[in-house]
Write a protein that binds this ligand. Structure first.
Ligand code: ADP
Ligand code: MG
Ligand code: ZN
Length: 564
């Protein structure tokens, strides 16, 4: 151990009361102590704060910490002051007297750490004064906020790229918990960190057991069931909307579970009060939007339930990562549906960002749902997503515990895809199922005349719904939310054609009720074609393939972002 690191360890023990560095802390701290910039990606709860706090205390000059949230800054500064560290913050809440006293301390060289918001730091008056102050380092906490590809983009973070020119001789340390390789690349570009070392910890969280299930009915009811089986422990429930949090919190309260809602629409004092109640309680459930989370450090959160799915695997890992921070077993449970995926896609398309950003975001949504709806170890999937190699199955997620069996549903998929094609994408899923079953009440002559009317009588309605979900998750069908009256259309044209030709098989998870082996009348499902043999194209299928080619060409011209 180098002398500098000896000193760092001394500070770790004396000031922070920890015996040893954890994970990559020692390596990151050595790099910064040597005066070099770096990017560090360490898991939530991995101790990123110490990576910049300790060097700030050891190196001469002031350590500047850029942090996205005032609440985060306040917590950290209060903690530091309590440990006897000379730390302060400058944000919009700081009154004039405190402000001038803080500047006096900065200029007298009395402060080791100063926390600032990105927009506060980039004010000319602030920069001016800081440029005359000796700096130990500039830390950029939650650095993923600089990337539009990340899940928590903050436009103010963009300005931080200028720090490289403004403070050319000061090491800059960017830290974040969740950044896949593309986001890391983006962070390095934006913050001008080319050529610096990158420290990426393992994304393994062995204390977490992961589960996911397709939604069946109202999420609130299912969440209440899940929590009923977990009474006496604290947890976080994430919902996709403010209304959703209120609704679920009410459902839970009605079921006798002490639950609070939390979202950005609540009064600030109420929000702070609820946060405190949550942090202090032995059993508390916070039902929140993603406004709740960054920096929430409650060690004994035993479960995180997503009543609505997160935006990406990065967001998922960040949110689920808030469970089990004490290292004791904890669970992440996600409820998801094809409709959630459709909404996520629609939201991306309606954003005012570049097409390339949209493409990345669309891909991230697809990767998320591939993991959620997949058939192999979730934890391994997440770790591979972050670029880890040689990862083993975790042995404790639902898919490891009970590997799903699958049935070949290619033939049924061909029927469904043909039906959607012939119906011209004008109907929703209920109508599509009825059409396949030949059950539509008073079908129009158009519909009754279609060759696909009633071609799926051998399967149950639930079976068809599961299969349609499967095709949506695989991108073979797409669902346009259409303001609450969703319409189903064909998805990826190449994929559809491959299924149609039998070059791509569609596997359906057996555990999904209703589909497998039995028909509506209880007879075993007749398997006409098995194995890899491509189905014959009948005369009326040729137009479908042609239509697909034309559709694809038209589609490619119309929109540069693929539907999904
Ligand atoms: P994050 O990486 O999520 O920002 P923090 O810096 O907030 O994590 O640290 C999370 C917790 O881990 C804190 O309570 C902190 O005191 C603790 N911690 C950090 N480093 C160590 C260490 N080397 N040994 C023990 N506990 C540590
Ligand atoms: Mg942190
Ligand atoms: Zn697993």
């Amino acid at each position: 151990m180098t002398p500098a690191l000896d000193e760092a360890r001394e500070v770790l023990r004396r000031t922070f009361g920890h015996a040893e560095f954890r994970g990559l802390q020692a390596e990151v701290i050595s790099e910064v102590l040597a005066g070099r910039s770096a990017l560090a990606v360490l898991p939530t709860g991995g101790g990123k704060s110490l990576c910049y706090q300790i060097p700030s205390m050891i190196r001469p000059g002031l350590g500047l910490v850029v942090s996205p949230l005032i609440a985060l800054m306040s917590d950290q500064v209060a903690g530091l002051v309590q440990s006897g560290v000379a730390a302060a913050k400058l944000d919009s809440n700081v009154d004039l007297n405190t402000r001038s006293e803080t500047w006096r301390r900065i200029e007298a060289g009395e402060l080791d750490l100063l926390y600032v918001s990105p927009e506060g730091l980039m004010q000319p008056s602030m920069l001016d004064r800081l440029q005359r102050t000796p700096l130990a380092l500039v830390a950029i906490d939650e650095a993923h906020c600089v990337s539009q590809w990340g899940h928590d983009f903050r436009p103010e973070y963009r300005m931080l790229g200028r720090l490289a020119e403004l403070f050319p001789d000061t090491p800059r340390l960017a830290v974040t918990a969740t950044a896949d390789s593309r986001t890391r690349e983006d962070i390095r570009n934006e913050l001008r960190l080319a050529g610096t070392k990158e420290f990426v910890a393992s994304f393994a969280r062995p204390e977490l057991s992961l589960f996911a299930e397709r939604k069946r009915g109202a999420a609130g009811k299912r969440v209440a069931e899940l929590i009923a089986a977990r009474r006496g422990r604290s947890g976080i429930v994430y919902a996709g909307s403010r209304d959703g949090t209120e609704r679920i919190a009410q459902d839970l309260a009605a079921a006798g579970v002490p639950a609070l809602a939390y979202h950005a629409g609540l009064d600030k004092n109420l929000r702070e009060k609820r946060l405190e109640d949550f942090l202090d309680a032995d059993e508390a459930v916070m039902v929140a939007t993603i406004a709740f989370g960054m920096g929430v450090d409650k060690p004994d959160v035993r479960y995180v339930i997503h009543a609505d799915p997160p935006a990406s695997i990065e967001a998922y890992w960040q949110e689920v990562g808030r469970a089990g921070r004490d290292g004791e077993p904890a669970e992440g449970i996600t409820l998801y549906s094809a409709a959630d995926m459709a909404w996520a896609m629609k939201r991306i398309q309606s954003r005012e960002v570049d097409d390339t950003v949209k493409q990345v975001q669309v891909r991230k949504v697809r990767q998320l749902y591939a993991m959620l709806d997949g058939m192999s170890c979730r934890a391994a999937g997440v770790r591979r997503y972050f670029g880890e190699e040689k990862v083993r199955p975790c042995g404790q997620c639902d898919l490891c515990l009970a590997p799903p069996e699958s049935v070949d549903a290619t033939e049924a998929a061909q029927k469904a895809l043909s039906a959607v094609h012939r119906m011209g994408g004008r109907f929703g899923r209920g109508r599509l199922v009825d059409h396949l079953l030949g059950k539509t009440k008073e079908p129009s002559s158009f519909e009754a005349g279609l060759t696909t009317f009633g071609i799926g009588r051998e399967f149950s309605p639930t079976g068809w719904r599961d299969l349609i979900d499967q095709l949506l998750f695989e991108g073979l069908l797409r669902e346009d939310p259409n303001d609450g009256r969703p319409l189903i259309g064909l998805g990826d044209a190449d994929g559809v054609r491959a299924v149609y030709r039998g070059e791509r098989r569609v596997a359906l998870r057996k555990a999904l009720e209703g589909f497998d082996a039995t028909t509506r009348s209880g007879r075993p499902r007749k398997r006409t074609r098995t194995g890899d043999a491509a189905p014959e194209l009948s005369p009326h299928d040729q137009p479908l393939l042609e239509a697909l080619s034309n559709w694809r060409r038209g589609e490619a011209r119309r929109q540069s972002v693929p539907p999904y």
